[in-house]
Structure formats: C-alpha cells, structure tokens
Design a protein around this ligand. Structure first.
Ligand code: 13P
Ligand code: SF4
Length: 300
C-alpha cells in the first residue's frame, strides 16, 4: 500500500508544490517539508519561491504573509482555522487610532498579525529582527504592536527610542513563569537557559540567551554546552534534536501551541489532493500589507 508520505511526495511533484513548515509543527510534518524554519526564514523562502503552489504548515498569519509576498502563487493552508491568538489582539482600526494619538510615532508590527493590521503598519518585524528594525527607524517614538513581551525586550535593547507598548501576548509563552525556570535550573544546574522573546520579562531575565526559534537552533548547534532548558513551544524539540548529537533538552511541559499542532500529514495530503484551502486576500489589503513586509525583508 502507498503510504501517506509517498502520496504527499507524488502529489507535490504533480502540482509543482513546495511545503513550508514552522519549527513548532508536529515532527512528522516537519519531516515531509521542503523547508522548516522561523517566521522570518519562511517569509524569505516564500517570497523567492518559484513553485506554483506553496503549502503552508503553520498558522494563518504566516500563510497570509507568503501570499502577500508572492501573490501569483497559490498558497494553501491544510488547516485554515489554525489562527495565532495574538494576531487577533490588534486590529487595523486600533492601529489607526493609535496613530492619531501618537502623531510623531511610527508603527512597527510583529508579523503575528492579520493582513489588514499589517496594511496599517510602517514596517513589520519578527522576533529575529525586531531590535534591528526598531533601531533603524528614524522616529524616536515607536509604537510596537501587538506583543507586549517582545516590545519590552526591544525597549530594553533600544534605549535611545521611546517604545510604546501594546497589550497583546502569546498565551503559550505567557504561561511560562520565572518560577518554572528556577525550578528547572535547580533540577538541572548544568543547563543553559535559552528563551524566546515572547516570554515575560522576568523569564527573559533568567535566560542565558534570548532569540527567535531559528536563532535558538543556531545557538545550540554552535554551543559547547551539553544541556539546555528551552523556554519556548515544545515543537522545537524535533529541530533541536536533529543535528545536535548527544545534547539534552528540557522543555516546560505546558508550553504547547495547539494551533501549531493542528496540521497533520493527512491534512497536508488533503490540501494537495483537493487544492484546498487557498489563502485569499483582497487586492487592496494584500497590496498595502506588502510594503511593510518587503521593507522588513530588505532590512532583514
Ligand atoms: P519565530 O519567529 O521565532 O519563528 O516565532 C514565531 C512564533 O509564533 C513564536 O511563537
Ligand atoms: Fe501564536 Fe504563541 Fe502559537 Fe506562536 S506559539 S503561533 S505566538 S500562540
């Protein structure tokens, strides 16, 4: 009998499709993907992709970004309801209001937002380039939307800026506490703590390294340390274990993003079989959201 993996591989060829998966996806989904990475890396790959079809395994804002950056491609989301809760914490209307309130400020927006919110931003950023992007803005006042924790982290690294924070957050990273880290440190005293900047400030203060999912992977691969406490979503374990030899990883067991776990091999297969669920955006929103995304990619 032909396995699901084989059927996916066959259809991928027939459709001239490429499969992109985020570092938090299920291991078996990462294993069939052509590229696995963080949100910045996947956006760059999507922008340059010359396949006819992009199957995006991740959450809605990522698939939308792929469509915005490469509008001629058909972008399919195997799980169209896999929506990052942070993306609903900042609307286009709220950004328009904030601009009226802070007339001298620019708007830097995390990519974990809807396409219509992006359309109102000056520039986008990801967790991997947020500090550089904010530093590069000519305005002193920067409204950073929507992640309060990433915004506070950026503020701590850009003292010459007045970073105005929003009140969004990632429920998964918000649920990681400094006490969780302290407890793990006392259990594993030799371990190095690496944390995603979506974690709360008191968690980041306990960390030896702070970075995006891809930066964490790079750090672990080049570090001499053997043991790590990883303050981010547990899906990272698969990427971290691949190519890290005998290194040992400790995760916070409740750090699990249910929307990132929705995409399965069978939903990828169905997406390719039925060419479903296509990401569709209005031409105006897509066009306006493209500028802040492209500016981000130019600056990286
Ligand atoms: P990265 O940009 O580090 O991949 O993170 C995306 C995300 O959603 C983290 O929760
Ligand atoms: Fe959104 Fe958090 Fe899940 Fe990332 S981990 S997709 S920010 S809910």
């Amino acid at each position: 009998m032909v396995s699901v993996r084989e059927r996916i591989a066959r259809l991928k060829n027939e459709r001239n499709a490429v499969i992109l998966a985020h570092n938090y996806c299920l291991p078996e989904v990462q294993d069939i993907a052509d590229h696995v990475g963080d949100s910045l890396g996947l956006s760059i790959i999507a922008a340059k992709c010359d396949a006819d079809v992009i199957v995006f395994c991740g959450v809605t804002f990522m698939a939308e970004s792929a469509k915005i950056l490469n509008p001629k491609k058909k972008v399919l989301m195997p799980e169209p309801y896999a929506t990052c809760p942070m993306a609903s914490m900042c609307s286009a209307e709220q950004i328009i209001d904030a601009r009226k309130k802070h007339k001298d400020a620019c708007i830097v927006g995390y990519v974990n937002t809807t396409a219509s919110a992006k359309a109102e931003m000056d520039i986008c950023c990801t967790s991997s380039n947020a500090v550089n992007i904010v530093s590069s803005m000519k305005e002193k006042d920067v409204i950073f939307v929507p992640d309060v924790n990433l915004g506070a982290y950026v503020r701590s690294k850009t003292p010459s800026k007045n970073v105005i924070l929003w009140n969004g957050y990632c429920p998964v990273h918000q649920a990681i506490t400094a006490q969780n880290i302290l407890d793990m440190r006392s259990e594993h005293p030799e371990a190095i703590v690496i944390a995603h900047p979506e974690c709360r400030s008191d968690v980041l203060e306990t960390a030896d390294m702070v970075g995006s999912t891809e930066k964490m992977i790079e750090f672990v691969r080049t570090s001499d340390a053997k043991e790590f406490i990883v303050a981010t979503e547990t899906g990272m374990e698969h990427r971290l274990r691949n190519g890290s030899g005998e290194k040992i990883f400790h995760f916070i067991p409740h750090a699990l993003c249910s929307v990132m776990k929705m995409t399965s091999l069978s939903s990828v297969l169905k997406a390719l079989e039925n060419m479903e669920h296509e990401v569709l955006l209005t031409a105006e929103t897509a066009e306006r959201a493209k500028t802040p995304l492209e500016k981000m990619i130019e600056l990286k």
